[in-house]
Write a protein that binds this ligand. Sequence first.
Ligand SMILES: Cc1cc2nc3c(=O)[nH]c(=O)nc-3n(C[C@H](O)[C@H](O)[C@H](O)COP(=O)(O)O)c2cc1C
Length: 191
Amino acid sequence: MKALSVVQEKRRSSSKIVFQTILSRRSVRSFSDHRVPSNLVLQLLEAARWAPSGSNLQPWSFVVVENPRLIRLVRMFAQGLAGNPSLIIAVCSEKPDLRYPLGPRSALCYNMNAAMAAENILIMAEALGLGACVHLSFNLMALNVILGIPDHVDLKLLVSVGYPKGKVVTPPKRRLKDMAFKEQYGVRKWS
Ligand SMILES: Cc1cc2nc3c(=O)[nH]c(=O)nc-3n(C[C@H](O)[C@H](O)[C@H](O)COP(=O)(O)O)c2cc1C
C-alpha cells in the first residue's frame, strides 16, 4: 500500500482536534456576562456561510442580535431559550418556492440547509471556547416582527451564543451499535 502524503498525514492529525471539538460540544444554556468580541462573531458567521446547501443555493441569511434590550425581547417570545446569551443568531432562509420547485422535498431541503449552517455555528463556537445552543421553540409571528423578517424569508431557528457559565452536563447518548449498521438495516458491526 502507498504511504500517505504529507498533506494527508497533516489532515489526519488535525482530524483529532475536529473530533474532540465535536465530542466536547454541548448545548450551553447558562452564560457569563462577558461580551463575545466581534471578530469571533464574524468567525461564527463565516463558518455558517461555508455550510453545504442543496444545489449550492446558499439560501440562508443571519440576523445577529446583540442589543441587550432586543435580546430580552426575543427571549420573551422564545420559551425554549434559557440563560442570558451575549448574542442570538437568527438563522433564516429564503422561502423554497423562489428558486426551487414546490413540494415537501424542497421544504425539507431548505430546513436542512438551515440546520447545516446552524451546526457549523455550534462547532465553531465550541472551537472558539464559546457555548451555544440551537432553539426551535419560539413564537414565529412575534419574532418575525421583532427581527423585521421580510415576507420572502423564513426564520428557521435561533442560536444563542456566549461564554459558558458553570458546568455543562453531558446528556446520555445512544450507543453506536444501536444506530450504525453494515450493508443492511439492523445488521450490527460496530460496538
Ligand atoms: C432541532 C433542535 C431543536 C432544539 N430546540 C431546543 C430548544 O428549543 N431549547 C433548548 O434548550 N435546546 C434545544 N435543542 C438542543 C437539544 O436539547 C440538545 O441538542 C440535546 O439535548 C442534546 O444535547 P447536546 O446538544 O448537549 O448534545 C434543540 C436541538 C435541536 C437539534
